[in-house]
Ligand binder design. Sequence first.
Ligand SMILES: *Cc1c(COP(=O)(O)O)cnc(C)c1O
Length: 360
Amino acid sequence: MSRVFNFSAGPAALPEAVLRKAGEEILDWHGSGMSVMEMSHRGKEFTAIIEKAEADLRELMQIPDDYSVLFLQGGASSQFAMIPLNLLRGKGKADYINTGSWSKKAISEGKRYCEANVPATAEAENFTWIPKQDQLELDPAAAYCHMTSNNTIFGTEFHYTPDTGDVPLVADMSSDILSRPIDVSKFGMIYAGAQKNIGPSGLTIVIVRNDLVGHAVDWCPTMFDYKTHVDAKSLYNTPPTYGIYIAGLVFEWLKEQGGLEAMAELNQRKANKLYEAIDGSDFYHSPVVPEDRSYMNVPFTLSNPDLDATFLEEAGEKGLVALKGHRSVGGMRASIYNAMPEAGVDALIDFMRDFEKRNA
Ligand SMILES: *Cc1c(COP(=O)(O)O)cnc(C)c1O
């Protein structure tokens, strides 16, 4: 068996230690004689698993007590609808900062339910930068302000938390949750599909301040009402049990690594050396302004795009896979989430230097 360095944007690499543990436990979880996949979601074994996962996530992110943690399905994309259904609270408009493709999807879904205003957008420059606080034309009467904290496709990231005053800030953190400490109390709601930095696809995590729950429109589908899931502790119906179990193992692993401060340090070190390698050559180019670059997704182009296919092929032969960039940016994209070891980034940089030497 040989494992590659997987730079996929999502579903993405998981920590090898987590996969090994899941492998060891696959036939018999803790003497239960069953796989977690085969257990009742209401039995004592799974109850222990979901409660531990929630407690560890709360500890890692320092989630205040007046927030609920929900383990849902439907992906981040379902949240694009659940947010207006639940958080408009009788108001007719909301703000949506537009920083890329995922913001745009949130906006077009939001428009089905309310006036979705855009306090700032970087679309004219193909989303290569992040609006600063003083560029946000915020509406104090908005029901909420939505942001995408890390733009998986364009490789930009908010390195500050917007101040939206009394308007609840709602953040799609699908691709940078758990990558660094954040102050949860500055947000009304945080959500993330699991498949980038948490666990397998099929699980969506929602962290919502309790005063925002219980105000869904009266025609809201039961499954789309946060209150349903808060009241039932994410067990209204069958939750994605195996995904929750793997996420729980990832949370344990993160605690063993030293928590989010240690992850932030490692993630910055990984990203900085990759950006330095890109900036230090005329052969590679980063489209993103330096101060807004993502620590998680690093898009870069080759000055000669005719070499793209050869680059990808030769990288693959070295066990460096899934580097093809998104079509809206072109070139390459290295996604270097928590689970990407520093050795993987080092191997990529070595390959890039060698490729440049042979092709420049
Ligand atoms: C991947 C991604 C999504 C979509 O997530 P799904 O779980 O597939 O719906 C949304 N937002 C961001 C920022 C993403 O990276």
